[in-house]
Design a protein around this ligand. Structure first.
Ligand SMILES: Cc1cc2nc3c(=O)[nH]c(=O)nc-3n(C[C@H](O)[C@H](O)[C@H](O)COP(=O)(O)OP(=O)(O)OC[C@H]3O[C@@H](n4cnc5c(N)ncnc54)[C@H](O)[C@@H]3O)c2cc1C
Length: 387
């Protein structure tokens, strides 16, 4: 539902106050890779957020959420995204949100009780395990190698996955595996024999709450009821997860990019060079102006796609365009923010270098820019789309 404007304004004001006064001050840059600190602090902030009525934006009020429309989510997630810890505190971090959307559309009543409801209540964590190291599936879904073989009582999974975000602290994984009918989804508890976390793959990202797990599935037996949705329809089902997930990333990262350029502006107003403040140098002004242009366009594209999702339209084409544009725009903005703030921007005394490293992977996950551009162009030529 779209909230009445006054209620939405009130919600956003409270969210902004919470993020600026409670969450950002708890960002300890020196502990950006300390998993215990990250999980404990986020859990504490989540409790505080819930006590202030700031909860999961998409979940229905009956399930303890705010029940916001996709359009209303844009502003809420932008505020959450201002802080590294904000999305976890306001329950709109990946991968929980897209996993909830996927499960909500596909689960049986038993799976709802066992997996979905605990996930919605943040009592359990999930991860999504599709990607495999070469020569397995990456950008091309046809390269899926992990197999699920039917047995008398269920399935046996065999395969090698990596980059499953949050895997090492997840209670269950949504595993994409190939059956005789094609790619299919399975709900697999991470404690099952044969499900082995090899390691967290080290990456450039700071404040990474859950890491990115490498997983071995070695004769991992699951019951017949572990199948999620229809056998052979796994890739179509994944679309349910991806489109909303991409949009959520765009919303959060617009907020973080806006914070970054705001910090750079403050620096430019206070720092002098060649007898003038940086803010008076035209080349610095151009970087700031371009950042504002990028963020304005990014916001409008995101809101437009969110409205289409609210209207029940297919957003396949638009979500690809918005994902490419926003992922590249926020990277440009962060790069300018670092450039304007010089050595301070590169340091870890300030969050700007960390923001830049947070954004870089977004040009790769949820579909690399090149893959989306190829798909956009294919649709344009096949369907004769006008710009
Ligand atoms: C931070 C992060 C989090 C992730 N989280 C998850 C997760 O939770 N679960 C999960 O399953 N996966 C996850 N992934 C994996 C992600 O989905 C893959 O990285 C992505 O699908 C690309 O696959 P790949 O890395 O194997 O790249 P490749 O498929 O090897 O592609 C490498 C590069 O080749 C180019 N390329 C590829 N195909 C084409 C093409 N058709 N046309 C033109 N150029 C092309 C692109 O530039 C691309 O970046 C995550 C990745 C990152 C970085």
């Amino acid at each position: 539902m779209n909230l009445h404007k006054a209620s939405l304004d009130d919600l956003l004001a409270r969210a902004r106050e919470f993020i600026d006064q409670e969450v950002i001050p708890r960002e300890d840059l020196s502990r950006a890779r300390d998993r215990d600190y990250l999980l404990t602090t986020t859990a504490q902030l989540r409790e505080l957020a819930i006590s202030r009525g700031l909860t999961s934006p998409r979940e229905s009020p009956a399930n303890g959420g705010l029940g916001l429309s996709w359009e209303d989510c844009c502003a809420y997630l932008e505020i959450a995204g201002r802080s590294f810890l904000g999305p976890g505190a306001l329950q709109c971090a990946a991968p929980a949100q897209p996993d909830i959307a996927l499960l909500d559309a596909l689960v049986t009543p038993e799976q709802r009780q066992q997996f979905l409801l605990p996930l919605m209540r943040a009592e359990q964590r999930s991860c999504f395990a599709m990607t495999e190291p070469a020569p397995g599936v990456g950008s091309d879904p046809r390269m899926l190698r992990t197999s699920a073989t039917r047995t008398a009582s269920g399935w046996v999974l065999e395969g090698h996955k990596w980059f499953a975000s949050l895997a090492s602290s997840a209670d269950f994984a949504i595993v994409v595996a190939r059956t005789e009918s094609g790619p299919s989804l399975f709900l697999v508890e991470t404690t099952r024999p044969g499900f082995r976390i090899v390691r967290d793959v080290p990456t450039i990202e700071p404040f990474n709450l859950g890491g990115h797990g490498e997983i071995r599935l070695e004769r991992c037996e699951v019951p017949a009821e572990a199948l999620l949705g229809q056998e052979g329809q796994g890739l179509a089902h994944c679309q349910l997860r991806l489109e909303g997930a991409r949009l959520f990333h765009c919303m959060r990262f617009i907020g973080m990019a806006s914070r970054a350029i705001g910090m750079a502006q403050t620096y430019a107003l206070g720092r002098e060079s060649n007898g003038a403040r940086l803010a008076e140098h035209q080349m610095v002004q151009a970087m700031v102006a371009d950042a504002h242009i990028d963020l304005h366009a990014a916001r409008l594209m995101t809101i437009d796609t969110a409205r289409r999702l609210d209207a029940g339209e297919s957003i396949r084409h638009h979500s690809a365009m918005v994902k490419v544009f926003v992922s590249e725009a926020v990277n440009r903005v962060a790069d300018s923010a670092v450039q304007i703030t010089g050595a301070l921007g590169i340091s870890e005394d300030w969050p700007l270098s960390m923001i830049q490293r947070t954004f870089r992977p977004f040009r790769i996950y949820d579909g690399a820019s090149e893959v989306h551009r190829a798909a956009i162009a294919k649709r344009v030529f096949h369907q004769g789309l006008e710009a």
